[in-house]
Write a protein that binds this ligand. Structure first.
Ligand code: F6R
Length: 609
């Protein structure tokens, strides 16, 4: 998730681009850059680091010119570095491009372009775009862009300038956001509305497969096939602060709503319809390597640890290799049995958590192979691990992790299927069943988000309580732990998660009249047992909200409220069932007037032991 901006008009482009990028830094902040068309040439300044680093460089080397594009990056392909920063250009620096999204077929395109003599300087997927446009360019940048994008698979929002046509700024989008700001004698493009709000409140919201051609006085919109589109101007009435959160009140609720896309992006190019294998460019583990592995440790902290609990279950189930899951701060001090036959999987959104990093180092010192699952390209765990599997959630701003967690779950399924295919424990039939259901998860998550009113009502009734209980069996227990953590950290309600079968061994003594109990019942083979556990707490006066798949209507007879999840395989249920639990934590915290995005005593990244 990167941020892009563009300007064409009579003013100096650089200050406008920098101002716009500053409003988009929440979309990414590992590097930034601009390309300005100046006196028939394109001049570029770009560097690794926050936007302030770019500003310093531009102060030292100012660039004139009133047509330009800018970018703030959140790396996906290629680590954060000066050379991988956008804009990217063709060989002669006559065409420059900024991109947000993932180009799925870039390797194939890159090989083809190399065979034609094109030279690549970066590790990015984006660099294929200026070369492709260059290949098709015969004096018409609009036509060349249309031809180039017809070859691209994946998601993109692109901003393009060409020094040979200094009166045009081009914008194209598919599955990544892009808007056009309509000014007076000047026009703008941006990933998001806040970037243009200081200059205009009139915008065009580009739809998928649309392209805008901007001059300083005019905006024309076409489909990428070249058909003219008549688009209504959207007049923005929000203030700048809420526009940054996409109109949501908090980053957390925005990020909860970004989950369908985050799930889809994390599966992109790894799990594909009709393809009977998992494609993992960054994991080089061979069949022989796997044969020598007799134990897997999953090590992480907090929410990432909860994702690891799901990982243990699914890897043991699908790949049939024994897995232990450990909290990183404990792992280091219990002398774990690690050797060259150990595979470690460390999970960390930030990639900088001190305990997780120390566990990784301990693993490597003792000969283990380490796979890092992280959301930050080039982070410490990514650099130090043997292999990396990136979750493509985009930057997570709210302290409470939501979209990073669901993408960590997807990473766990991907690793489990990968290992299971490698050692022959996942048959073609089982693989296809799980793959096809996984590919439907984004749509189902979207559908689930539409039911948020039920949760909001439950939160409005129960936000005054001091204690809450979360119960579930099997995978539902792992999700219950995550649900309880969410409510603790942002609403400061004491919450406990229990394996439902354990209740009668002690915790049931805490259940009293009106105590809210959140019951997860998504595991088909454990459903009847969960009904009995729910009845046990209802008999003691609990107020129960249950989560079950559509069609399991019996649960409504024993619950005060039910949230029905779109049906999927029990093994995939965590990806869906966690969403209403995140919403419950969110709405409860809002009712209690808590600082949702910055809960007390917590930091986004814990870089101390
Ligand atoms: C909870 C939360 C934390 C993190 C934990 C690990 O919402 O965000 O529990 O999951 O601090 O952080 P990372 O994943 O960055 O290692």
């Amino acid at each position: 998730m990167c941020g892009i901006v563009g300007y064409i008009g009579p003013k100096k482009a650089v200050p406008i681009l920098i101002e716009g990028l500053s409003k988009l830094e929440y979309r990414g902040y590992d590097s930034a850059g601009v390309a300005i068309v100046n006196n028939g040439k394109i001049e570029i300044e770009k560097c690794k680091g926050r936007l302030s680093a770019l500003e310093e460089r531009l102060k030292a080397n100012p660039i004139d010119g009133s047509l330009g594009i800018g970018h703030t990056r959140w790396a996906t392909h290629g680590e954060p570095s000066d050379v991988n920063s956008h804009p990217h250009s063709n060989k002669d620096f006559t065409i420059s491009v900024v991109h947000n999204g993932i180009i799925e077929n870039y390797l194939k395109l890159k090989e083809w372009l190399i065979s034609l003599g094109y030279e690549f300087k970066t590790e990015t997927d984006t660099e294929v775009v200026p070369h492709l446009i260059d290949y098709f360019y015969d004096g018409d940048i609009v036509k060349a862009t249309m031809q180039a994008v017809s070859k691209i698979e994946g998601s993109y929002a692109l901003g393009i300038v060409c020094s040979k046509e200094p009166d045009k700024l081009i914008a194209v989008r598919k599955d990544s956001p892009l808007i056009v700001g309509k000014g007076n004698g000047e026009n703008f493009i941006a990933s998001d509305i806040p970037a243009v709000l200081p200059y205009t409140r009139d915008v065009y919201l580009l739809d998928n497969r649309e392209m805008a051609v901007l001059t300083k006085d005019n905006v024309e919109i076409y489909t990428i096939e070249g058909l003219k589109v008549n688009k209504e101007v959207f007049h923005v009435t929000w203030d700048a602060a809420s526009a940054e959160k996409g109109g949501y009140e908090h980053f957390m609720i925005k990020e909860i709503h970004e989950q369908p896309k985050a799930i889809k992006d994390t599966m992109t190019s790894r799990l594909m319809p009709g393809v009977d294998e998992i494609k993992l460019d960054d994991i080089k583990l061979t069949k022989e390597d796997l044969q020598n592995i007799n134990k897997i440790y999953i090590v992480a902290c907090g929410t990432a640890y909860h994702a690891g609990m799901v990982g243990k279950y699914v890897i043991e189930r699908l790949a049939k290799v024994p897995v232990e899951v450990d909290v990183a701060s404990e792992f280091r001090y219990r002398n774990p049995l690690i050797n060259k036959n150990t595979l470690m999987i460390v999970i960390s959104q930030s990639g900088e958590t001190a305990d997780t990093l120390a566990a990784l180092r301990l693993g490597k010192e003792n000969g283990a192979r380490v796979i890092a699952v992280t959301n930050v390209v080039g982070s410490s765990v990514a650099r130090e691990a043997t292999d990396v599997l990136y979750t493509w959630a985009g930057p997570e701003i709210a302290v409470a992790s939501t979209k990073a967690y669901v993408t960590q779950l997807i990473a766990m399924y991907i690793i489990a299927l990968y290992l299971g295919r490698l050692n022959g424990n996942v048959s073609d039939e089982e693989f296809r069943l799980i793959r096809d259901e996984m590919l439907k998860l984004p749509e189902k998550a979207e559908h689930l988000l539409e039911q948020k009113e039920t949760i909001q009502k439950f939160a409005a009734m129960h936000y005054v309580h001091k204690d809450m209980f979360y119960i579930g069996r099997g995978l539902d227990f792992a999700v219950a732990l995550e649900g309880a953590l969410k409510i603790k950290e942002i609403s400061y309600i004491h919450a406990e998660a229990y394996a439902a079968g354990e209740l009668k061994h002690g915790p049931i003594a805490l259940i009293d009249k009106g105590v809210p109990v959140i019951a997860l019942a998504t595991q088909d083979e454990l459903f009847e047992k969960m009904l009995s556990n729910i009845k046990e707490v209802v008999a003691r006066g609990a107020h129960v909200i249950s989560f079950a798949f559509e069609g399991n209507d019996d649960i409504s007879k024993v619950s005060d409220a039910v949230v029905y999840l779109p049906k999927t395989l029990s093994i995939l249920a965590p990806v869906l069932s966690v969403i209403p639990l995140q919403l419950l934590a969110y709405y409860t915290a809002v009712e209690r007037g808590c600082d949702v995005d910055k809960p007390r005593n917590l930091a986004k990244s814990v870089t101390v032991e």
